[in-house]
Design a binder for this molecule. Structure first.
Ligand code: AMP
Length: 184
């Protein structure tokens, strides 16, 4: 089962992904986590993307797609994956679809978490993860980037009839319950 967990920054993708990992026994692929890990370990990739993440902009499609397609070759993804924070552009979505099709697979479900913008900002500012891109100014940039470049990915998958829209306001448990019923 290949699932995309989609939504703006602060929508709760990471939190819900964590719960889905154990519930569905699927691995999680978060491009943001991979980039942060590379920055922490000062790898070549980390050096390449540090300033981009700091600014709240998007890493170039080519770099992201190469990273994801390499990662997906690992044995742990053989039964499926929960994508979190990827794809973030229509180009990435198209490349992902092509890659999956070449392997006889596709995206089974695209879950999008709907949360009003003010709540997104409040959540990010209060989550206190110490992320360098969690400042009011960077959040503004990330939301703008989301609207301009990422939101069109929703329509891309609506055309494929795999989208489940989930109300992302409520407790973590309530939202998780909505996700599991949408997937059942
Ligand atoms: P996230 O943890 O998903 O919020 O991602 C943090 C940052 O990593 C984003 O603001 C981007 O700079 C970068 N990033 C993560 N995933 C992608 C992606 N699929 N495409 C481009 N940039 C990404």
């Amino acid at each position: 089962m290949n699932i995309i967990l989609f939504g703006p920054p602060g929508a709760g993708k990471g939190t819900q992904a964590e719960k889905m990992i154990s519930h569905y026994n699927l691995p999680h692929l978060s491009t943001g986590n991979i980039f942060r890990e590379n920055i922490k370990n000062k790898t070549e990739l980390g050096k390449k993307v540090t300033l981009i993440l700091d600014a709240g902009k998007l890493v170039p499609d080519e770099t992201v797609v190469e990273l994801v397609t390499d990662e997906l070759k690992k044995e742990k993804y053989k039964s499926g994956v929960i994508f979190d924070g990827f794809p973030r552009t229509v180009k990435q979505a198209e490349e992902l679809d092509t890659y999956l099709q070449a392997n006889g697979e596709n995206i089974d479900t695209f879950i999008t978490l709907n949360v009003p913008e003010q709540e997104l900002i409040d959540r990010i500012l209060s989550r206190g993860q110490g992320r360098s891109d969690d400042t009011p100014e960077k959040i503004k940039t990330r939301l703008q980037v989301y609207r301009d470049e990422t939101e069109p990915v929703l329509n891309h998958y609506k055309n494929k009839d795999v989208v489940k829209e989930i109300d992302g306001v409520g407790t973590i448990e309530e939202i998780f319950e909505r996700i599991t019923s949408a997937l059942s």
